[in-house]
Design a protein around this ligand. Sequence first.
Ligand code: SF4
Ligand code: SF4
Length: 470
Amino acid sequence: MSKQIPLHDVTPPPPKGEGVDLYASREKIYTRAFTGVFRNLRRVGGALLFALYFGVVWLNWGGHQAVWWNLPERKFYIFGATFWPQDFILLSGILIVSAFGLFFITVFAGRVWCGYTCPQSVWTWIFMWCEKVTEGDRNQRIKLDKAPMSASKFARKLAKHSLWLLIGFVTGMTFVGYFSPIRELATQFFTGHADGWAYFWVGFFTLATYGNAGWLREQVCIYMCPYARFQSVMFDKDTLIVSYDPRRGEKRGPRKKDADYKAMGLGDCIDCTMCVQVCPTGIDIRDGLQIECIGCAACIDACDSVMDKMDYPRGLISYTTEHNLNGQQTHPLRPRLIAYAVVLLVMIGVLATAFMTRSLVGFDVSKDRVLYRENAEGRIENVYSLKIMNKDQRAHTYLIEASGLPDLRLQGRNQVQVAAGDIVSLPAELSVAPEHLPSSTNEVRFSLRDVDDGDVHVQANSRFIGPQVR
Ligand code: SF4
Ligand code: SF4
């Protein structure tokens, strides 16, 4: 007979009248403005991203918007190329190569994507700038939030939220403009003639931008972004990280500029907390590498300016590696990174080849449901539906030919012109004298040849059905 071990719950009871609260409410982060090399780099990255995002949507190419997801017609224009649903394997390839490129950069340089070019970070920096312009720098904002509501406080808050909403609106309108041509969209939107869905989606993306960059900010990076979750497994001891050098900085403590701090037993950190005050995720990098760190290097800029003021060498917080921090040699070229680079290059090569050899004409043949019929001449006829897609940026005239059976005749149009990026569907009839039919089911082949250059030559197989052959 089994005996049970008696268990006793020894968890201390919560204080009277209180439960155990598993939710930690967010503490608002007031970031301090700063200057420095990495801030300038980030500005360049942000400016490039802004120019791309807001500029490309206004470019035209080949008589239409250069980058345009034309969902109703299921076409995607990207400058000179038109992609159809059949080409989405190529677009998936671009996404896979981009993701792999991001993995490669992460192994090499940690979270540089997050800190410099991720739209969440870039838009958050812009929103922070709006905050500074309307409510002042860190201390003024803290004071303003603590102060009771007044006309001045209301005016500042109103100005901040209006600016946020304006940027959110321009962002949302631009995003929708990639799906619905921006020029018409903008005109129709402001004259009240746009589709109801256009108003809905512009409103949705306006609020999404306002919410993400204005309110959620670092919480998107810490709790919502999947990339932040799995990138730590890609880090190794040679990956670039932003780190504080405790061997140099400790023991931290305040001192006068010209004090003999070594004699006082202090390190180079004057415990000014500037690195914490500029951090957009509100962490103290001196506590070590943390998942919240997006690698933006704001703390490096802040600490370097403190070091300059104290006449200490820069680099107490710096881009470094774990190996470097432990006094060991960093290996920029390591097997893992080389393997990633090789795979990435192979993938780019395969993708480039697939692009270059991509056929610029799509050709589908489907047979009519009526199996066959006999025409006035006594010939057996089959009817087909042909679909020709011209994926090129110019019109083409195609010659349609059929083969596969002796005495095979193609009736109806055998030449068709298809405009750039257009699809033409047309019927085609094939006929064969019954004595030339080897079996009741025969394979036939339709061919499409470009009349002008003779280059494009695609084929599609189908069946020719006839009566039972005795
Ligand atoms: S900014 Fe530099 S000196 Fe100031 S607390 Fe941070 S690490 Fe120490
Ligand atoms: S710790 Fe430094 S690098 Fe990391 S998020 Fe904060 S400011 Fe940016």
